[in-house]
Write a protein that binds this ligand. Sequence first.
Ligand code: ZN
Length: 114
Amino acid sequence: MTIRDELNQQIRPAKKLFLSGITCFFAGIAVSMASQPPRGGPPPVTLAIVFVGWFLAAIGMAKMWNALKCPSCKERLWFLHSSMGSSIWSLTIPATFRFCPFCGTSVDSPAPGA
Ligand SMILES: [Zn+2]
């Protein structure tokens, strides 16, 4: 297994959680804005969806921040995922990311533990 495989394995579950949370959040907001409740204000159930979505997205983001570390030097690589032109929907680290900027290890080299 390469370091890239390992990083992808780390980011996938956290990213899925984040994406489902953010989808839930915006879907809840859209439903709230579209609905015309009788006494003003969105129905409580859509507010609950918005808060649950926000909560899931926050947990997913914290997990991504915590999980995405270089297996070689243990530095956090979270910022790379968001800044290297990868799509927000992408569940893998970008192909253009080839070396850890902290220790210079190639992400296509075998993972230390493997
Ligand atoms: Zn490193």
